[in-house]
Ligand binder design. Structure first.
Ligand code: SF4
Length: 270
C-alpha cells in the first residue's frame, strides 16, 4: 500500500472514531459517499488497467499538449470514438443507459473538462443533450464565463460515457471498461489543460487515491502518452456544488488558477 493511502486511511480511522464518539451512527449513501466506496481502494496500478492508446510521434518527445502528433486528424479520431461509444456494449451499464454521452465541443480546444458521469438525478428527468445535468450545465457555463472562457470553446465530457438513472451507481469495473474512450479523446484533443471535475474524474486521470479536497488547488502533471505532459487541475463537480454551495469559494479559487494557467484576461467584473 502506498504511503499516501496509509496516511489517508489513518486519518479516516480517526474521523470515524470521532464520529462514533459524538453519536454519528451512519451515513446517507449519496452519490459522493457511493463514489468514495467504489473508488477509494483503487491503487494507481488498478486505475491504469486500461493502457493508453498508441500514438505515433512525429519527432522527439513534446512537452505541450498541442504538439501531440498522431498522424490522424483529431476530428476523425473524435468521430470514430463517438461512433464506438454510441454502439458500445462493453459493460453491463449499457442495459440501463438513458443515452450515450460522447462529449461536446470543438476539436481544437485549449481546455478539456472531464466530469464523473451523467445521472438523471432524483427527479428522474433527463432531457436530451445534457453533459453533467440541466442545472449543472448552466452552472458550468456561468463558471466558465466568469473566467472569460465561452463554454462553446471547451470540450466537455465524462469518464463514464453512459448516462444512467439516479438509482444506478457506476462501479469501478464500469470505469475501467470505459476509461479508454476518455484517454483516446484526450490524445485526439491534446488540450493545453484539463479540468477534472469530481472525485472519479480526478482519481482516474491522476491515478491517485487521495480525496478530492487534497488533490484540488494545484496543477498535477499528467502524461497523456510518453513524453507528452498536460497539466491537470482537479476541482468539485457542479452536482456537488449544487448540494454544497459553501464549496463554491474553493472552486472559484481553482478556476482562477486555471485562468492564470491559460493566460485568460481578467473578467470585467473581477
Ligand atoms: Fe460502453 Fe462505457 Fe457505456 Fe460501459 S459505460 S457500455 S464501457 S460506453
Amino acid at each position: 500500500m502506498q504511503q499516501d493511502q496509509k496516511t489517508f486511511l489513518k486519518g479516516l480511522k480517526y474521523l470515524l472514531n470521532y464520529h462514533e464518539a459524538i453519536g454519528v451512527a451512519g451515513y446517507p449513501l449519496n452519490r459522493d459517499i457511493g463514489s468514495f466506496l467504489q473508488f477509494m481502494p483503487c491503487s494507481a496500478k488498478e486505475a491504469a488497467v486500461v493502457p493508453a492508446p498508441e500514438v505515433r510521434h512525429a519527432g522527439p518527445a513534446q512537452k505541450t499538449g498541442h504538439k501531440v502528433a498522431t498522424g490522424r486528424p483529431p476530428a476523425v479520431m473524435l468521430a470514430e470514438i463517438g461512433e464506438e461509444v454510441i454502439a458500445c456494449r462493453a459493460c453491463d451499464l449499457h442495459k440501463q443507459r438513458i443515452y450515450p454521452v460522447v462529449g461536446r465541443g470543438p476539436e481544437k480546444v485549449r481546455l478539456m473538462i472531464v466530469g464523473d458521469w451523467l445521472s438523471a438525478g432524483e427527479e428522474g428527468r433527463l432531457p436530451p443533450g445534457q453533459l453533467f445535468g440541466v442545472e449543472q450545465d448552466r452552472m458550468l457555463a456561468r463558471m466558465l464565463a466568469a473566467i472569460n472562457l465561452p463554454v462553446e470553446k471547451v470540450f466537455i465530457g465524462n469518464v463514464v460515457k453512459c448516462a444512467v438513472p439516479a438509482t444506478v451507481q457506476p462501479q469501478a469495473v464500469h470505469v475501467q471498461n470505459c476509461v479508454s474512450y476518455l484517454r483516446r479523446q484526450i490524445v485526439a484533443l491534446a488540450p493545453e489543460a484539463i479540468l477534472a471535475m469530481g472525485m472519479v474524474a480526478a482519481r482516474v486521470i491522476l491515478e491517485k487515491s487521495q480525496p478530492l479536497s487534497r488533490l484540488r488547488g494545484r496543477f498535477h502533471d499528467f502524461e497523456a502518452v510518453p513524453g507528452v505532459h498536460i497539466p491537470v487541475l482537479a476541482t468539485y463537480h457542479p452536482t456537488y456544488l449544487l448540494q454544497n454551495p459553501e464549496m463554491k469559494a474553493a472552486t472559484w479559487a481553482d478556476l482562477q488558477l486555471l485562468a492564470r494557467q491559460l493566460g485568460l484576461p481578467p473578467h470585467k467584473g473581477g
